[in-house]
Write a new protein. Structure first.
Length: 113
């Protein structure tokens, strides 16, 4: 079975990707560290969506990995390399206004991640 790796799997686009690929028979691994709650507060947390995805799709695996952690991301890719068919990168810090308050984090997530 082909494996799909989705970064930002608890976010708006990432969660839709999880649903799509699981429902089409793929093995899906998500990377999600709920940084959105740090950016925008607990009301914006992706944790509830991640829990719903895990409950709805028993085969879906969500890993609490920060995409800026290159070693951790490399380990996940290496672990799944034989079956890895696709990487969908949806993790991001989406607010231009927030970016001005912490340029280094914004750049680290959006460019380096």
């Amino acid at each position: 079975m082909a494996t799909v790796l989705i970064t930002g799997s608890g976010g708006l686009i990432g969660s839709e990707c999880v649903s799509h690929f699981v429902e089409h028979g793929h093995d899906v691994v998500g990377l999600e560290n709920d940084m959105r709650s740090r950016f925008f507060g607990s009301d914006a947390s992706t944790a509830p969506m991640t829990r719903r995805l895990v409950e709805r799709y028993p085969g879906f695996r969500s890993l609490a990995i920060d995409i800026r952690d290159a070693e951790a991301v490399d380990r996940v890719v290496a672990e799944h390399r034989r079956a890895l068919d696709l990487i969908v990168h949806t993790a991001a810090q989406p607010s231009h206004d927030w970016a001005a308050s912490d340029v280094q984090t914004d750049f680290g997530v959006n460019a380096n991640g």
